[in-house]
Ligand binder design. Structure first.
Ligand code: ZN
Length: 882
């Protein structure tokens, strides 16, 4: 490539900042055309820097520099130099004040990073490197400063003006209709946690008394008209605050905690100190407009951002390679919180499904990277499922290895050592290790080695000796830049079931007596043998209980073993897992049958197992719904050397029909039993009943007989809860029934003024399996409700199609690919972060047949050859082609 090829940044090149900034005093003058920012920085040479301070190089881009003054003296332009991404002051004093004035045009900022406009309001997003689009700064997380922010704007257009910390002054200016506020944040923070919001907003307010007795004001700011959708977010916030006190002893530390919901946001939400900014999707919820999944998402994201106050803000990251320090840990914390609020196994299953659907593919594709990456071109590309979800699995394994008490001690030590600091993943592991007295030396490889390890386990029973020998072999496939791997330290949780299904007490050879019936083995070598003694009968092993490590397990189970585990395993996760393993095996066999033109037949034993789950009155409905869901097309595809898109889709559809045909009466009975007319509730039990009811409806609609259609159409028209409306509409959208169009039309007419509901309408159409879907999606780009500048709309329509509709996106004609590439190029100019999330859908092109491979590669090549490509898109597209 030419000289403009973006360059990679490497962890090994990390050096402490040459200068430190102690205080930041910002004054914003918000205008319709131009916004003026005056920044006053107290700067000094860093005593811990590797070399003498030298020139001061500040980050900055997309701004107009107005003036620079040093210690009160305005500098002549010859005394500094301005590059496209920097401001350099050669040889400043040891300690000095710097005043910089810049001008911005937020109304033209479509990247949604830096200061931008959303629904007429002003809003900022600074993580990872947005602050440098507001003013010149050392825009890196290891530079922590105390901020004071003054905002001046028209009092009518921007009655509400917010920033981090506490409000310390406000005044109305005479004459010109403008007003001013000043906020002060007493905690030093990195620039990525800065936030400013101004506009017409209303708020709901509540308060929380911390366990040390301080009263904290809680406010959720939304656009007028949305106040009635804040109750769930507020309740979730209060639960999160109580949970963090109880489980980790962590209290909130300011007098006010604010959440602002905005309609235009690239990600889910952002943990700015004292002023979280959220995508409306993760705040606004009421039963009529939000599904149960939405409600659970609001609760989890509110908790996640709140938990960041300690894991991320009080202790932050030294550099962006350490991103998982805050994200993996905070995802782990929000997962634990949700488990405690609802059902632990149901939550664990959902999290593992998510990990397998997104992280496993990432870990085996061209973008595979360690939880702590060692290089990047564009940091925004590394807010990945590996850093977040695999990072959380790594923290979870530490929790498993240390136990809850050891883990808590490690957390306490981590805060004791590092409060107020910017640190590394290694500092976190060291605190865990020191507090619990457990060597995590080998365990650290989880941070540095990419790829999903494979664990092959075999068992051998010796009836005469009454021993059971478990042989465990581990390996890890090569990933880009890492051809070979060293063995991981893998916690393998397991139990042994006797023929009645009960757990056998576990004693390893050499141990004095049995130690429980479920235990964690430390797998550290490439091959290890564990010998259990006093085993009275041939057991069936229950391996990797609770999914104790993010690995692929290979074990030579027979179909009967799996059916047995489905029925008896004391570990609920593994009961579910056994069913999924069996279903995967049967479905892949059917895919092979179809490819060989053999007739398709679903094993009656499998259908019987499903029937037992359906009829078990003691089973939690939420769990039953998960157990009765067949592995997704995406997951099945991952198990094949070459993904047979059409075969998988056809076979899965066939299996659903076969199950529905055989179990029709049971499904109808379940539908009716779960359908009660109780008033709406968002508790775990009610969510579970709706899940099982809609699962039953889904199977029945696979038959598309008159009764099923009547139930489905009836539910669409009469249901009060959006969960039920959406379930019915989604099923109708897959059909050619006359009711399809009228339902879609009615839904839009009813909800056209609720953007989040319109997103659902777009994604349902985008995910329809009907052959005309691509044409319809392309036409919807021109629908008045579609807006390519709004990330939620892009994720719903374009993302829904490319990521949620394998059989249509991968249509062998290549139209889906051309469509996606066109949208990536359109988005590249407007919002590189969103464009890059879309181009990732091509990353796994090598997993398809030669025809599809060449079609996808051609689109990637077309993208890479386009002039003006953002760093974001360039990095993903070029690495995908490597
Ligand atoms: Zn986070």
């Amino acid at each position: 490539m030419d000289k403009s090829t973006p360059q990679a940044i490497h962890l090994k090149d990390y050096a402490p900042p040459p200068y430190l900034i102690d205080t930041v005093d910002l004054a914003f003058d918000l205008g319709e055309d131009v916004t003026r920012v005056r920044s006053r920085l107290a700067i000094r040479a860093n005593p811990d820097a590797a070399s003498p301070a030298g020139a001061l190089v500040l980050d900055g881009q997309d701004m107009r520099l107005v003036s620079v003054a040093l210690d009160g003296r305005t500098l002549d332009p010859s005394e500094y130099s301005v590059g496209p991404e920097s401001l350099t002051i050669p040889g400043p004093p040891e300690a000095f004040s710097l005043e910089v004035v810049t001008e911005l045009k937020p109304q033209e900022n479509t990247s949604l990073s830096g200061l931008y406009r959303t629904s007429g309001n002003f809003c900022t997003q600074c993580e990872a490197e947005g602050f440098r689009k507001i003013t010149y700064f050392l825009d890196r997380p290891d530079v922590m400063a105390r901020y004071r922010t003054t905002i001046t704007a028209d009092a009518l257009k921007y009655p509400v003006m917010l920033s981090n910390g506490n409000l310390v002054a406000s005044s109305k200016m005479e004459g010109d209709g403008r007003h001013t506020v000043t906020w002060e944040d007493p905690f030093a923070k990195p620039s990525y946690l800065f936030a400013l919001v101004a506009g017409v907003l209303v708020h709901v307010e509540d308060s929380y008394v911390t366990r040390s007795g301080r009263t904290v004001t809680l406010r959720i700011y939304v656009e007028p008209g949305n106040q009635d959708k804040c109750g769930h977010a507020m309740a979730s916030l209060k639960k999160s605050m109580a949970w963090d006190e109880e489980v980790f002893g962590l209290e909130y530390d300011l007098d006010i905690f604010m959440i602002v919901a905005v309609g235009d946001f690239n990600m889910g939400a952002m943990e700015n100190k004292g002023l979280n900014v959220f995508n409306t999707k993760y705040v606004l919820a009421k039963p009529e407009t939000a599904t149960d999944t939405d409600f659970l998402g609001v609760e989890a994201v509110v908790a996640h951002e709140y938990f960041h106050n300690w894991t991320g803000n009080r202790v932050t990251c030294r550099d962006w390679f350490q991103l998982s320090l805050k994200e993996g840990l905070t995802v782990f914390r929000d997962q634990e919180f949700s488990s405690d609020m609802h059902s632990r196994p149901v939550k664990r299953i959902a999290d593992v499904q998510r990990l397998r659907a997104a992280q496993f593919p990432e870990d085996s594709g061209p973008m595979a990277h360690p939880v702590r990456p060692d290089s990047y071109i564009e940091i925004n590309n590394f807010y990945t499922t590996t850093v977040y979800e695999k990072g959380a699995e790594v923290v979870r394994m530490i929790h498993t290895l240390l136990g809850a008490d050891g883990f808590r001690k490690g957390m306490d030590l981590y805060f004791e050592r590092h409060d107020g600091q910017a640190v590394t993943c290694d500092d976190f592991v060291a605190a865990m290790e020191d507090a619990a007295g457990k060597d995590l030396g080998q365990f650290r490889r989880w941070y540095s080695q990419a790829g999903t390890p494979e664990l092959a386990v075999t068992g051998e029973y010796d009836a005469a000796a009454r021993t059971y020998r478990l042989t465990v072999r581990q390996s890890c496939p090569p990933t880009p830049g890492q051809p070979t791997k060293l063995p991981f330290h893998i916690p393998l949780a397991l139990g042994l079931l006797d023929p009645s299904g009960a757990d056998i007490p576990l004693r390893l050879a050499g141990e004095p007596g049995p130690a429980g019936t479920s235990r964690v083995l430390d797998v550290t070598g490439p091959e290890q043998v564990f010998e259990f003694v006093d085993v009275p009968r041939q057991p069936v092993p229950s391996l990797l209980r609770g999914f104790s490590a993010p690995v692929k397990l290979r074990a030579p189970y027979t179909d009967d073993d799996l059916t047995f585990l489905m029925a008896h395993d004391g570990d609920a996760f593994n009961r579910w897992e056994a069913g999924q393993t069996l279903a995967t095996r049967l479905l892949l066999d059917l895919v092979a049958d179809r490819a060989e033109n053999r007739p398709l037949e679903l094993s009656p034993g499998f259908i019987d197992a499903f029937s037992r789950i359906l009829k078990d009155p003691d089973l939690d409905p939420a769990f039953a719904a998960q157990a009765l869901t067949l592995p997704s097309e995406g997951y099945l595809g991952q198990q094949m050397p070459v993904i047979d898109v059409d075969g998988i889709h056809e076979v899965r559809t066939f299996a659903r029909r076969a199950i529905a045909g055989r179990l029709r009466d049971d499904l109808l009975a379940t539908y009716r039993a779960m359908g009660g007319n109780e008033p709406f509730s968002i508790d775990a039990a009610a969510i579970g009943r709706r899940a099982l009811k809609n699962l039953a409806l889904g199977y029945l609609m696979a038959l598309e007989d008159a009764e099923a259609v009547e139930l489905c159409v009836g539910q669409f028209h009469n249901a009060q809860a959006m969960t039920d409306v959406i379930a019915a509409l989604g099923l109708l959208a897959d059909t050619r029934l006359p009711q399809r169009e009228s339902a879609l039309r009615r839904f839009y007419d009813l909800w056209k003024d609720e953007p989040l509901v319109v997103d659902k309408w777009f994604s349902i159409q985008a995910m329809s399996e009907r052959p005309e879907t691509l044409d319809e999606v392309a036409a919807l780009l021109a629908h008045p409700a579609f807006e390519i500048r709004n990330p939620n709309k892009v994720y719903a329509l374009i993302g829904g199609f490319a990521g949620g509709n394998p059989v249509r996106f991968h249509d062998a004609g290549g139209g889906g690919y051309r469509f996606l590439a066109d949208q990536v190029l359109a988005l590249n100019r407007l919002n590189p972060q969103v464009a890059s999330r879309m181009v990732k859908m091509f990353a796994r092109w090598r997993k398809y047949d030669p025809r599809r491979q060449s079609l996808m590669r051609a689109e990637l090549e077309r993208i890479v050859a386009t002039p003006g490509l953002s760093r974001d898109v360039f990095e993903i597209a070029s690495k995908s082609l490597e």
